[in-house]
Design a protein around this ligand. Sequence first.
Ligand code: ADP
Length: 697
Amino acid sequence: MRTTGQIEARQPSYRLMLSVFAVPGWSRGRTLRAMAIVAVAYYIGVRIGLALTMTTQPVSTLWPPNAILLAALLLTPTRAWWIMLLAALPAHLAGELSHGIPVTMVLSWYISNSTEALIAAGAIRLFDRQARLDTFRRVVLFVLGGVLLGPFLSSFLDAAFVMWNHFGSAGYWEVWRTRFLSNALATIALVPVIVHTATARLDRMREIPLRRSVEAVLLSVGLLGVCIVIFTGTIAPQNASVALLYAPLPFLLWAAVSFGPGGAGASVLVMALFAVWAAIHGHRPFDATSAHANALSVQLFLIVTSIPLLTIGAAVAERRHGEQALRRSEERFAVAFRSSPDALVIVHRSDGAIVDVNVQWEKMFGHTRAEAIGQSTEDLHLFLHHVEASRFKARLASDEQLQEMEVLLRSRRGAVFRAVVTAQSVVMMDEPCVLVVIRDITERRRAELELQTQRTELAHLSRVALLGELSAAFAHELNQPLAAIMANARAGQRLMARKPPDSAEVRNILEDIVADDRRAGEVIRRMQALLKRGELQLQPLDVNEVVREVVELLHSELIRREVLVHTALAPALAHVPADRIQVQQVLMNLLFNACDAMAEQPREARSVSIVTSGTLGAVRISVADQGVGIPEGKEEQVFEPFFTSKRHGLGLGLSICRTIVSAHGGRLWAVNNADRGATFHLVLRRNGSSHDVWTLG
Ligand code: ADP
């Protein structure tokens, strides 16, 4: 009695044995199935081959097993070839030993048969990994490697084996020739049919139109009929000539042209079976000489006719597939073209004449397709400006691909809209054309403009608000020069009242008055500059200078708030393209926030440091304070609109600052200091556009 333990113990060795037969990408079931199919097919092939062997000859007139083996190798991965060869061995032994052939001869033949299949499959696989005979190139490769090379080379070995075993009475070269021809014939008759059947998509069978099925039936009936008439010798007239062999040729050609290499292969197989059978049985039209001569002529005839038939079939099928693929891609293009949500137009590259337009184009321009075809963009006055029209044409005429050109276009009714056009070279009906895509961006531009205006307005309002905070400081700064002017004017009056007036002293006083007035004027000028409403004006800016200006501007305010400012400005800092007023605004905002953050600190701890630094492509301004710092994890959130921790704060300052910096292509971010307070970093690039290099030390 077997215990469970015994069963478990046996399991791994059984698995190990099966794993030897593992074919990459194949399931175990599939491998076993393939082995079984090869064995059965090979066995049947041996029986047919032996049935078609003449008594006077040691080798058959048509020997299918080697062709079956070759087809099996072509259909399996190279690493599994030995499995297929092994699967054929029992079939080979069973088929031939039962026929009374000596064991050594049987084993020798197994070697020469395997050699043939390996040479042929190896030669084909060397140049093509696909097991398909669907193109001209593949069929030529198959004929050269499979039909000619494999049988040619292996027949030397085979004939030598026959001589060595003293099997039959034929000489070396006779055996070699019969073996070569019989195997070449079997290969060309069988392999295309097997490979085609194995690789055919069964799910596509249902899609075959009725017309094609009827045609296939008619072709089969016709071919079988002709073969029966010619080769069975029953109906053919007594004086039938060898020329009758050509009677099936129209059917073979029909099969090749209409059904490709698969059809050609199948009809060649049918004719080969009939012809070989007739030849060895001495039927018409082969009854003129010996059976041996019959066999030779039928082999040569079939090989010579099959090769061009197969290649014609492949060439025709390849062309047909190419045309079908082209038609399908044209259909797909037409569908995509018609239903595209963008306006599309195809124009001739040479003269700009319109070849086709889609529905969206008709809607956009108000011209119908019929009106547009044949006209040029000038004829339809599509461009608002001549300059843009000629620039567009020039770009099309030059071979370059047109990437996003913004133009103003006009519809039939005169409506003007802004659009982005892109163009791509295409070939339509063998003519070089251009596919132009037109995208209306009027709305997008309007929205962008609106957003821009709103941003400018917001930035302006925020500056006005900042100035509001500075009003006390400004009043103080204005008071000083005004009081000095007043005092000096009074002193002047007094000096003028003296007799004689002291004109030298009066001149000094007047000079002081002018200097004080200038100081007052400077304060007012700065205020006016900040109050001005304006668009972004990028000019080469010395960042250090802006820092100095801001510190000076906030001078009184900083004194009032008892905050000390340290500056460490990098010497010879490169200029960056920026708007002076807006950068001032950002710095003022950062300084105000720093002061707010330190409001609760003891006086001696209220200090801000402003550091500038630069690299090859960017400059950085860092404003570090000793305040309360940003709440943990909120370093990004502080830039969101309406985020505020102040009782009367709006939470808009930093969000506006970031918008301003982004508009410059720069970056603004915040980090908490290791000890106390926060540092805000502002980076501006020298080429103005944003991206990565912000991690300055
Ligand atoms: P508001 O000043 O009106 O609050 P901001 O956008 O300028 O608006 O600032 C948003 C918030 O960011 C502030 O309320 C504060 O909580 C935080 N914050 C800004 N600057 C600093 C700083 N230097 N230190 C600590 N927190 C700051």
